[in-house]
Design a protein around this ligand. Structure first.
Ligand code: DNO
Length: 356
């Protein structure tokens, strides 16, 4: 069981993460390096040192961002892919050696996504739930009215580091690019990086598009089982894997996550387990982790992972804000800690059932 930590700027101290029962590792990244730049080994060494000093291991990276030129097939594509591979090598060198804290030498996992411009997108960061807690929500009509070029779109999921003009150019470029071309660019990227990852002993976990449909008129391609089936066919390397993000896929009720966990067994290298409530077609809000709190059957998803022998890292995902906690939307301490405890209960129960 792991827990995402955003580095020294994260209001959640590592020492608190260490106190969540059953959590042994932290999921992190070099958040101050801009997409496309090579990750410096010394910064990774410092980050690993900090995490280990707190008694935790650092074997899961989320994410090495993929530059827009790679997704668009732009003029600097080859250089950007080469830089990505160099970051991968730095990760292997610094994080690869066995953890002195836990003794683990489990394969290093690197998460990435192929979402054009915007990472996860929501219309509301503080939707008030009936119990008075707040959570992230996505309302189709509100998003349809939003203009990404307006300053009011401040989503923590993506790097708001573009100038208005750059953003305008990017959006225009994507609006001219068919989804099929973005998919082809994904395949070229994975064909290049997967053998390298395999050689380094790294597993790549492609995060699905969140939400799993196009937003702002630009394509999104990793929306369900069909594109993944195709990707795993096109690039058979076992390093080419998936981050099974229950909340992302689950926003589209057509996605059967339990079935995906079974079908893609062996290809799932990371699991993000959170719940959502589909409020109406194309709209959803995030909820507490338990099955009873939302639309997803979390126990069935965990059973599917356990029954198919999943051994990789798991993390609770976005949590609500509860007990007056103030912090990074979706990434507070309390509700994610409750999520971790709940998921560990499901896993323990499921594993015992299968031993019996
Ligand atoms: C949201 C996260 C995503 C994820 C990236 C992976 O909270 O699940 O932002 O980290 O999409 O590349």
């Amino acid at each position: 069981m792991t827990f995402r930590w955003f580095g020294t700027g994260d209001p959640v101290p590592l020492g608190y993460i260490r106190q969540i029962p059953g959590v042994s590792g932290v999921v992190s990244a070099l958040h101050d390096i801009s997409p496309g730049a090579v990750w410096p080994e010394d910064k990774l060494t410092i980050l690993r040192g900090r995490v280990e000093a707190a008694g935790l291991e650092f074997r899961v990276v989320e994410s090495i961002p993929v530059a827009e030129d790679i997704k668009l097939g732009g003029p600097r594509r080859d250089e950007m892919i080469e830089n990505w591979v160099r970051s991968l090598r730095a990760v292997a060198r610094i994080l690869g050696p066995r953890s002195e804290v836990t003794g683990s030498d489990a394969p290093i996992v690197v998460t990435y996504n192929f979402m054009p411009v915007f990472d996860w997108t929501r219309s509301d960061l503080v939707r008030v739930l009936p119990d008075g807690s707040t959570a992230l929500a996505y309302d189709a009509e509100t998003v349809a009215r939003m203009d990404p070029l307006d300053g009011d779109l401040e989503l923590p999921g993506w790097l708001a580091s573009y100038s208005r003009q750059q953003l305008e150019e990017l959006l225009e470029a994507y609006r001219q690019t068919p989804a099929e071309t973005v998919y082809d660019n994904l395949v070229s990227f994975v064909r290049y990086v997967a053998p390298e990852a395999e050689h380094l002993g790294i597993r790549l976990a492609l995060h699905p598009d969140d939400p799993p449909w196009p937003v702002f008129g630009i394509p999104r391609i990793i929306t369900g089982a069909a594109p993944l089936r195709r990707l795993f066919d096109d690039v058979p390397s076992v390093a080419n894997g998936l981050c099974l993000c229950a909340g992302s896929f689950g926003a589209d009720p057509a996605n059967d996550i339990e079935a995906m966990a079974r079908e893609f067994a062996g290809r799932i290298h990371f699991a993000h387990l959170r719940n959502i409530t589909v409020t109406k077609p194309g709209s959803f809000m995030e909820t507490a982790h338990p099955s009873g709190a939302g639309s997803l059957d979390m126990a069935a998803i965990v059973d599917a992972l356990v029954e198919t022998g999943y051994q990789g890292p798991v993390r609770p995902d976005h949590g609500r804000m509860i007990w007056d906690e103030a912090g990074k939307p979706g990434y507070g301490l309390y509700d994610r800690a409750l999520g971790a405890a709940y998921l560990l209960g499901l896993i323990e129960h499921s594993e015992r059932g299968h031993k019996a």
